[in-house]
Design a protein around this ligand. Sequence first.
Ligand SMILES: *Cc1c(COP(=O)(O)O)cnc(C)c1O
Length: 394
Amino acid sequence: MYSSFQKHLSRELEEIREAGLYKEERIIISPQGPSITVKEKEVLNFCANNYLGLSNHPQLLQAAAEALQQRGYGMSSVRFICGTQDLHKELEHTISRFFGTEDTILYASCFDANGGVFEPLLDREDAVISDALNHASIIDGVRLCKAQRYRYANADMTDLENCLQQAQQQRFRLIVTDGVFSMDGNVAPLDKICALASRYNAMVMVDESHSAGVVGNTGRGTTELYNLMGRVEILTGTLGKAFGGAIGGFTTGKKEIVELLRQRSRPYLFSNSIPPMVAAAGIAAFNLLDKDNTLQDKLHGNTSYFVRKMQEAGFDIKPTQSAICAVMLYDARLAQEFAALLQEEGIYVTGFSYPVVPKGEARIRVQISAAHEPWQLDDCIQAFCKVGKELKVI
Ligand SMILES: *Cc1c(COP(=O)(O)O)cnc(C)c1O
C-alpha cells in the first residue's frame, strides 16, 4: 500500500512546490527578540508576534525558572485528574481580572480553545455566524459543532445583518469574530457587531489572539477599544503571542459558559495541562502589564511612528489599529522579491500572496514590537526605502 501512497504524496508535494506555496522553516539560533541570529547572521526581526517584547523578558524568565525549580517540569495529567496546581488557578483568575470577565479556562493553545468552545455550547437548533476571515481554528471549531453555519464578508455589517435575519428561527445565535485580522491589521467593528447582536438577540465571541496586549489604551483588546469590557459573552486568546509567546490559550467570559466548558470541552478534558513554568510566567506577564502601561505605550508609539514614516516615504499601508502593518505591493512576485531583498539588508519580514490574501493583494506584513528601539525602526524604514527605490515601488 505505502508505495502507491508515497507516489501520491510526492505528487501532492510537487504541486505545492510548483504553485510556489512550499513553506520552508527558517532556523534561528538565538532567543526570540527584536534582533535574532539566523545561520550566523544577525537580522532585525519584524515578523514575530512578540508584540510586547515579553518572549525573553527577565521577569518572565525568572518566574519560569522559579516555578521549574519549585513545581517541576510537567504535570503528566489533564486538568481534572491531577493536572491542576495553584498556579493554573491563579493564572485563570489573573486573566479574568485583566479582561474584566467572570471566569477563565486554560487550554494548551488558542487553537484548542477555539476547537473546544462551540461543540459543547451549541446544538443543531442554534446558529454560529462567523466572519469570512476568521482564524483557521475558529473555522475548525465551528465544523465540529452541529449548529447552523452562517458566514459574512469580512467586517461587513450589512452582510452580518442579513445573516442575523436569516438565523432568527434558530434557538440561540452566536456571532464570532477575530478581534484583529492578521493579514490586514484591521480591528473588527465590535461596537456595530454588539449593536446588531442586541437588535437581533445574539451573543458575541471575539478571538483576541492578535489584539490582547496590543489594542486599547492598556492592551485589554477590542472590548477596551470600544468601551465594551464585560459586554461580550466569550473571549478567546493565546499566551503564544503578546503574553510571553511560549504556549497556552484560554477562553474567558460568562461564568456558566466557562463552567460548562470545564465539563464538556474536549481539548480541555482530553489534553495535557500547561507546564507550571508556563503558568507562572503567564501570571508574571499579566501582572507586569497590570502594574504600569510602559510596554503598551511604547508599542503604540512605535507603531504610529513606523506607519507615519512609511507613508511619508510613499508606501501604501493598509489602515491599521493594531501592531500589524501591511505594506501593499499587490503583485505576488514583487512581494516575494521585496522580502528577499529586505532579508539581504538584514530585515526579517514575511511576504504574503494568494491564497493567504486575495489575488492581486500581495503584501509584506510588518509586525511592530515594544522591544524595537527607535534605531531598529529607522533601519527597517531605510531598508524599505532602499529596496522600494530599487524595485520602483516608491
Ligand atoms: C495565533 C492565533 C490562534 C492560535 O493560537 P495558538 O495559541 O498559537 O494556538 C488562534 N486565533 C487567532 C486569531 C490567532 O491569531
